[in-house]
Design a protein around this ligand. Structure first.
Ligand SMILES: [Cu+2]
Length: 503
């Protein structure tokens, strides 16, 4: 069927009707679509490439290349290099990621429907593994996988025509495929509709992935891949852009009030489906599954493993918007959390104010510089009281402060005070046991009765607990001395705990 010869021809055919065209979505003028010119994939064949070949602009996450700005199909040359690199997966923890372009997710590729893409895949000589690429935007067996198998120190080349518009995942498909993907080998390719996408103020690239390490969540040092956890679909980390720190603090996504933000979001998996949600925003439009149609006014959108979506919203109110996988233990206990920081004028008519990000974010909102300093000092044996207090303060904020409050004041009748607590003064060392195992039943603190529940906080590691308690013991008029990681380790080891209670 050679019905679509070009954009102009195509547009007139839509009006006149085309006897060869399948009835259905292309004719449905009432359905909201990114482009009216969709239909069978052959409709994306706008003929041979025009003009000089162009080199694709590739970007590292969270950036997105500029629109192609072309009205004709071109030959586009993509050069992507696979590199196996050690990167931080969490504060103080590294992982050997296998990457397309040195980052997780890999470089963002942007072409126009009808483009002929000449793809060059290089595998860095330092790589230990062969790799290839399967692009979901390719029409052809394996999506390019068989043609792109590349040993370390080699390069391969194949060419495809981008017939279908949409946002597509690409990934490595070398055996064991799950392992290559779990190591970060995925990214996104956008095939723009021929007329381009509506202009927005910011475009960002975010991709979720699940990671499996032998060590526990936030265990320090170089972490190895855990095949059994991967088979069990029991990730240690669920992350946006490959690291707990990728999109928080000074690396948060940014916008100003009055602007429109478009997110290109993929899910590399390999296992989990994402319930993608921006806390405090509503997607004005979601091109679900990265396809042609959009849904409007969406709170949470599902992104399958190996799938993608485009979402847009207009920002009205300044503040920190927390981006999560709404399977919430992934967000708060496995790292699936990012921030969009919006600056600008308050609009009290839309929202009254009072930010709550510290409660949401816990220690992720904290400045982690003192934590890093304390960790380095601890490993070189020079940790001082002041360093412990500073690091402990960062961890206390948003962890203990949620209940015991910033000044350690507690909330009368609900959460007992830690400031000048006579209960604490009686036996300061008991605080280690309380943090690790929680506390229930009636207690009397400074003459007031409490009978509530403190949950165990054993997800904190020994250093973190030692620093938090040293901060509590030396703040707000308290003077109970110092707690060491060894003190905490001793109590932890002496406490029988069900398998899985500790990370
Ligand atoms: Cu690979």
């Amino acid at each position: 069927m050679k019905c679509a010869l070009g954009l102009v021809v195509l547009a007139s055919l839509l009006v006149a009707g085309c006897s060869n065209a399948p009835a259905g979505p292309i004719a449905a003028a009432s359905a909201p679509t990114a482009s009216a010119s969709t239909g069978g994939s052959a409709r994306g064949d706008f003929g041979p490439p025009q003009g000089e070949p162009v080199k694709a602009v590739l970007t590292s996450p969270p950036m997105v290349p500029p629109p192609t700005g072309r009205s004709q199909p071109a030959k586009v040359i993509v050069e992507l290099e696979v590199r196996e690199v050690d990167l931080e997966i969490s504060e103080g923890a590294t992982y050997t990621f296998w990457t397309f372009g040195g980052t997780v997710p890999g470089s963002f590729i942007r072409v126009r429907q009808g483009d002929t893409v000449e793809f060059h895949l290089k595998n860095h000589p330092d790589s230990k593994m062969p790799h290839n690429i399967d692009l979901h935007g390719v029409t052809g067996p394996g999506g390019g996988a068989a043609s792109s198998f590349t040993a370390p120190g080699h390069a391969s080349q194949f060419t495809f025509k981008a017939l279908n518009q949409g946002l597509y995942v690409y990934h490595c498909a070398t055996a064991p495929v799950g392992m290559h993907v779990a190591n970060g080998m995925y990214g996104l390719i956008l095939v723009e509709p021929p007329e381009g996408l509506p202009k927005v103020d910011h475009e960002y690239y975010v991709m979720q992935g699940d990671f499996y390490t032998v060590g526990k969540y936030r265990e320090k040092g170089l972490q190895a891949f855990d095949m059994q956890k991967a088979i069990d679909e029991n990730p240690t980390y669920v992350l946006f852009n490959g690291s707990e720190g990728a999109l928080i603090n000074d690396r948060a996504l940014k916008a100003r009030t009055g602007e429109t933000v478009r997110l290109y979001v993929g899910n590399g998996g390999p296992n989990l489906v994402s319930s993608f949600h921006v806390i405090g925003e509503i997607f004005d439009k979601v091109w679900y599954e990265g396809g042609t149609h959009f849904q409007e006014n969406v709170q949470t959108t599902l992104i399958p493993a190996g799938g993608a979506m485009m979402g847009e919203f207009h920002v009205e109110v300044p503040g920190s918007y927390v981006i999560v996988d709404h399977s919430l233990f992934r967000a708060f206990n496995k790292g699936a959390l990012a921030i969009l920081k919006v600056d600008g004028e308050q609009d009290k008519a839309i929202y009254s104010g009072k930010e709550v990000d510290s409660v949401y974010l816990g220690d992720k909102a904290a400045n982690l510089t003192p934590v890093t300093a304390a960790r380095e000092a601890a490993s070189s044996g020079t940790l001082t009281l002041e360093q412990q207090v500073a690091a402990g303060k960062a961890h206390y904020t948003g962890t203990c402060s949620v209940c015991h409050q910033d000044g350690g004041t507690g909330l009368e009748g609900v959460f007992p005070p830690l400031a000048k607590s006579d209960y604490l003064a009686k036996e300061p060392a008991a605080a280690i046991r309380i943090v690790l195992n929680g506390l229930t039943g009636a207690v009397k603190v400074n003459g007031k009765d409490y009978n509530s529940v403190m949950p165990p906080m054993s997800q904190l590691n020994d250093d973190e607990i030692a620093n938090i308690l040293t901060y509590v013991f030396n703040s707000w008029g308290n003077s109970f001395g110092q707690v060491s990681a060894a003190d905490v380790a001793k109590v932890r080891a002496a406490t029988p705990r069900a398998e899985g209670a500790a990370h």
